[in-house]
Design a binder for this molecule. Sequence first.
Ligand code: GDP
Ligand code: MG
Length: 174
Amino acid sequence: MSNYIIAIIGRPNVGKSTLFNRILGVRAAIVHDEPGVTRDRHYAEAEWAGKTFTLVDTGGFLPNSEDEMEAAIREQAKVAIVEADEIIFLVDAENGVTSADEELAAIIRKSQKPIVLVVNKIDSEKRESSVGEFFQLGLGEPIPISALGGRRIGDFLDIITEKISSNANENADE
Ligand code: GDP
Ligand code: MG
């Protein structure tokens, strides 16, 4: 297993599993439309431009109520902060900035981990205009992608693997 762990976090339905599968190139992997089908986390080995990393899909949860949603979001963020070397914070251009996004952002902002803010569902040029509002999350420049269509995925992978040295595995102390 690669020593460098990148976790994808975000509220339900932003496209975490779609992005996970896109990065892995596994089109057949299961993606659910309903939030909370899985509670577990999915780990996979990924590689980009000679750099290897372990990718974590923090999975779904079952937010039946505001309270449960809040608890699930905290749990997800906590896990990512503890085990990840880098966090992909995924948000969704279709819904704009939601209170769940703000809550999650507030939690991970306190961590010392590098965070890449990624805006999914930018399926076309004309959707680029909805990216700007995500600056208000205070996590730096939002990176636009379409996990489903593959738009700008190469640029995105360049950014998230920037901090990985090509020989990262040689430094492994597992
Ligand atoms: P998760 O709950 O965060 O894991 O989200 P999923 O990966 O299950 O995706 C939720 C829904 O958003 C599914 O219907 C996906 O097909 C859809 N989706 C994911 N990525 C994109 C995208 O880039 N563009 C659009 N239009 N829909 C997307
Ligand atoms: Mg999912």
